[in-house]
Structure formats: structure tokens, C-alpha cells
Design a protein around this ligand. Structure first.
Ligand code: FAD
Length: 359
């Protein structure tokens, strides 16, 4: 894994690498107009969208975009939710918290500056506001505040719905948007309840704490985003309290635990992969550990792709012969998987031969 280094060549306007860095298919170079330090661990990056891309980059509160960055010669793609709120007309902004030893989040926190250009794929995602007028109840942990903050400002600014936010952090210094949230709470005191939960004071959030936060709530829609254990606690507490699953909206930042490790997959003796894409059909020997998308690329094909984490669904294709197992899947339901659909960026072959067809 490349080291994160502030001196690593960015895809930066004016920097020598800018002219040579290729823009991946489906990505657009966006100018960074501002970088705001939110906490010692998190920055917001504000972008200017070129006029010809404005339509493509329209988004709904709660959605995310994918950044493709080049660090020490290697391309990395990561998803980041917009912390800006579209209806306000403010510039598109993402907020990125350092992940311990993480490649891209640390690089962005250390190296990105106004004037740089980062390659971004247009917004997508289903963690968006429901159309009811039910109370909006959100649970955010750490960087999970980003889409929630965008949703919350939409609710308070553009609807008459009541809102509650339970925001968990390890310590006060990690609270992103602390002042802005305080202002929202003052301004909408009659219909917005804000509760900060700090682990250093109260220990980690518990089901009892979640339930007590719900006291007095009527008909609600629930939104959850944060570290996996936090999300599990909240989801379980809500379902135990009788909340219908359809009212619980979740956004997972981390990939789920892989169902199959690369080593396990490599142990499967796949010999041959056939890929059909854009009227091209290529059969090639399998390279151990490669996903179906990596196989397509190794054949000089250009499969559709975006997040490369099994989250967005851009790279879906159908396995019509043989089988593949998914390292991570946040998109396909059981029926689609049964029909052979895979997110090719996460699909490792598990049979001697595999045929995959992009539609
Ligand atoms: C839809 C979506 C929206 C998101 N929105 C946001 C957002 O708004 N803000 C935000 O901050 N993040 C967001 N994320 C998370 C973000 O995409 C990145 O996952 C995050 O920034 C970490 O990336 P990284 O490159 O820094 O870490 P990575 O280099 O990917 O590493 C992540 C972690 O895994 C560990 N790791 C990596 N490789 C290995 C290995 N081989 N063995 C063991 N451990 C390993 C690292 O030590 C690190 O702790 C979002 C994710 C998704 C899917």
C-alpha cells in the first residue's frame, strides 16, 4: 500500500502531475476552492463544478460521490458523502475524517489544498430523504455526520418536520460541525432536539441510551450512519422497540466483513474467464486473486465502474456460467444474486470457468 505523503503528486491544477494524470472514464476534474479544517481529524473540501458538469453533479441530500486520487503513482477510489445541502445553493462539499493508517483520508487531510483538482464521479446513493412528513430521527457516529448533516439541514430548512439527532463521538474534540449544529438547535428549538453523546463521558452508546432518546417520539423515519458497531447497536435497539425495518434508513461507510478472503478465493482453481462487454467477447486465463472487473481491465476492456467498494452498483454484470463470490455487496438483493448478478469489482470466481456478461 503506498505511503501517504503530503509531497505525493496530487491531481493538482498547476502541479506537474496534473497534465499527465488521466481522468478515469466517468470522472470529472473538479477544482478545490476551499479546504476547511473542521477538527484535528477532519477536513471539508469544497468544490467548484464546471458549468458543463452542473447537471451531472446535481444531488440529493444524503448522497455521495466517488473520488479517484493518484497517490505515489497508484489510483485509489473512495466514496465521500456530501456534507453540503443542495437546496441552499452552496458549493458542493465533502468532509473527510482520517482513518487510522488509511491511505486516502490521511492524504486528503494532509495534502489537498485550494487550487488542486480532484477527479470525481457524479453523485449517487439511496440514503436520501423519504417523502413523508414523519419526524426525522438521525443517529450519527463520527464521520457518519456528513450525510446526516446534509439531510438534517434539508429537513429543517425546507420542511416543517420535527427532527432529532443523536450524535456519538469519542471526545468533544472529534465533534464535526459542533458550532453549526448548536446554531441549528438554537434556531429550531421548537422542533429540533440535539443530543451529543461522548464516549469519554458516558461510555459507548447503549440500547438503553438509544431507547431513552426515543422517548416521546411519534411516527418517525430513522436515519443511521456511523461506525459498524454503533450502527448495529442502533439498528438492533430500533427493531427491538418495534420500529418497522422499512422506516430505518442506513448508510454504511465501511465495507462489510468479506464473505471470502482473497486468499480463500485464490485457493479456488479457476482456469478461465470469459467476459462479454459492448459486443466484445474475450476469454482469458484467470489470474489468481483478480476480481472479474480486474480481469476485464487486464483484457483491455473498459468495464463501467465507480466506487469500487461494492456500494454503487455501476459495475453490475451477470455471471451466466460458473459462479463468483462477493467480497462485499451493498447493492444486490438475494434474488438478484440468485440470478447470477454480481458487482464485478467485488466478485472473485469460485468455479473452474466463469462467463460474465455486462448488459
Ligand atoms: C457511501 C460511502 C460514503 C462515505 N462517506 C464518507 C464521508 O463522508 N466521510 C468520510 O470520512 N468517509 C466516508 N466514507 C469512507 C471512505 O470512503 C473511506 O473508506 C475512508 O476515508 C477510508 O479510506 P482510506 O483510504 O483513508 O483508508 P484505507 O486505506 O481504505 O484503509 C481503511 C482502514 O482499513 C485498514 N486497512 C487497509 N488495508 C488493510 C489491510 N490489508 N489489512 C488490514 N487493515 C487494512 C486501514 O488501516 C484503515 O484503518 C464513505 C464510504 C462510503 C462507502
Amino acid at each position: 500500500m503506498p505511503e501517504t505523503s503530503p509531497s505525493s503528486p496530487a491531481v493538482a491544477a498547476g502541479a506537474p502531475s496534473a497534465a499527465t494524470a488521466t481522468v478515469p472514464d466517468g470522472f470529472v476534474p473538479l477544482l478545490v476552492t476551499d479546504v476547511v479544517r473542521e477538527t484535528p481529524e477532519a477536513v471539508s473540501v469544497v468544490f467548484e463544478i464546471p458549468p458543463e458538469s452542473r447537471q451531472q453533479f446535481r444531488y440529493n441530500a444524503g448522497q455521495y460521490l466517488t473520488l479517484s486520487v493518484c497517490i505515489d503513482g497508484a489510483e485509489h477510489r473512495r466514496c465521500y458523502s456530501m456534507s453540503s445541502t443542495p437546496a441552499t445553493g452552496e458549493n458542493l462539499r465533502v468532509t473527510i475524517k482520517r482513518d487510522r493508517d488509511g491511505v486516502v483520508s490521511n492524504w486528503i487531510n494532509d495534502a489537498v489544498a485550494p487550487g488542486d483538482r480532484l477527479h470525481a464521479a457524479p453523485p449517487q446513493g439511496r440514503f436520501v430523504l423519504d417523502e413523508s412528513d414523519r419526524e426525522f430521527v438521525a443517529f450519527a457516529g463520527g464521520s457518519g455526520i456528513t450525510p446526516v448533516y446534509s439531510l438534517l439541514r434539508s429537513v429543517l430548512g425546507h420542511t416543517t418536520r420535527s427532527a432529532r439527532l443523536f450524535y456519538a463521538n469519542r471526545a468533544e474534540s472529534s465533534v464535526i460541525f459542533a458550532d453549526a449544529l448548536g446554531n441549528l438547535s438554537d434556531r429550531h428549538a421548537n422542533r429540533f432536539e440535539l443530543r451529543h453523546h461522548l464516549d469519554e463521558t458516558h461510555g459507548v452508546a447503549t440500547p438503553e441510551g438509544i431507547e431513552s432518546f426515543l422517548a416521546g417520539a411519534g411516527e418517525c423515519e430513522f436515519y443511521i450512519c456511523g461506525p459498524a458497531p454503533f450502527m448495529e447497536t442502533v439498528e438492533a435497539a430500533l427493531l427491538n422497540a418495534g420500529v418497522p425495518a422499512a422506516r430505518v434508513h442506513v448508510e454504511r461507510f465501511a465495507s462489510a466483513v468479506p464473505e471470502l478472503t482473497a486468499e480463500e478465493a485464490a485457493a479456488v482453481v479457476t482456469e478461465e474467464v470469459t467476459i462479454e462487454l459492448d459486443r466484445q467477447k474475450v476469454t482469458l486465463p484467470y489470474r489468481a486473486g483478480y476480481t472479474l472487473m480486474q480481469m476485464a481491465r487486464s483484457a483491455d476492456m473498459r468495464p463501467p465502474s465507480s466506487c469500487e467498494t461494492g456500494t454503487c452498483g455501476t459495475c453490475i454484470a451477470q455471471v451466466t456460467e460458473g459462479a463468483a463470490q462477493l467480497l462485499n455487496n451493498d447493492v444486490l438483493d438475494d434474488d438478484e444474486i440468485a440470478e447470477g448478478y454480481v458487482v464485478t469489482c467485488q466478485a472473485l470466481p469460485t468455479t473452474r470457468t466463469v462467463r460474465v456478461v455486462y448488459e
